[in-house]
Design a protein around this ligand. Structure first.
Ligand code: APR
Length: 227
């Protein structure tokens, strides 16, 4: 089976009702990154950061995968589908996609403050402010904060380099190193981009197919083009 690598961002979850980051009414229009999404904020402003992720976690639990998530599951009938997502929601998992790699963490998990690879799942949405990991450190959201290492990046690069087809859905490509993934596609690998506001992309070595539609409409066109 051909390897179909799909790189997703907040836009694929927009039609499930989860806010994107950089839209005019997006998350970063209502919160300052330095207040809620940096290691310094977690250190100096712990309660505000934990509350921020508690609210987002509570919201994710009320949402459902949309036709775009389900369409990627459908493509598993024809391709070895590998999803690399910047999203921290679990909508790809709830759409039953088999291979999902989270670059920026997973909001339904917490981790040790001493070793972020030591994660725990937990029920409900509300992290207790003083809860500790078994290693004694304070628990924190299992989220890659701005300026932190992206542990899954190497794996994502390897997957991208193996892609026979690369698809980008719903990302403004503003955040690095995630956005650099596109440049690890092999020459001549076709790249499909689904986004109502297509970000600037320069990939001189790859055939570029732009689908200027929402994720749920674009996935239908993609499935037609790939079938
Ligand atoms: N269907 C498809 N794409 C959409 C839709 C939709 N219905 N609605 C919006 N989009 C597109 C926007 O046009 C934009 O290109 O989704 C993209 C969302 O961009 P961002 O809000 O910047 O989100 P993302 O690219 O995922 O952000 C990357 O930034 O803040 C960090 O860690 C955070 O993972 C996040 C990273």
């Amino acid at each position: 089976m051909k390897k179909l690598v799909v790189f997703t961002g907040a836009g694929i979850s927009a039609e499930s009702g989860i806010a994107t980051f950089r839209a005019s009414d997006g998350l970063w229009a209502n919160y300052r990154i330095e207040d809620v999404c940096t290691p310094e904020a977690l250190q100096n402003n712990r309660e505000q950061v934990i509350d921020f992720y508690n609210m987002r976690r509570k919201e994710v639990l009320t949402k459902q995968p949309n036709a775009a998530h389900l369409g990627l599951k459908e493509l598993e009938k024809q391709f070895d589908v590998q999803i690399i997502t910047q999203n921290v929601d679990d909508l790809h998992e709830r759409a039953k996609s088999k291979n999902v790699l989270h670059l920026h963490g997973e909001i339904l998990k917490l981790c040790s403050s001493r070793d972020v690879s030591q994660t725990i799942e937990f029920d409900g949405w509300e992290q207790n402010l003083d809860a500790r990991h078994s290693d004694g450190s304070l628990l924190r959201p299992f989220i890659v904060l701005f300026g932190e290492q992206v542990p899954m990046l190497e794996r994502a690069i390897d997957l991208t380099a193996e892609a026979d087809i690369f698809v980008v859905i719903g990302t403004s490509l503003q955040v690095y190193p995630a956005a650099s993934l596109l440049h690890y596609t092999r020459p001549n690998v076709p790249v499909y981009v689904i986004d109502p506001n297509v970000p600037a992309i320069s990939l001189p070595r790859n055939p570029l197919h732009i689908i200027q539609k929402s994720a749920t409409e674009g996935i239908e066109e993609l499935i037609r083009l790939l079938s």
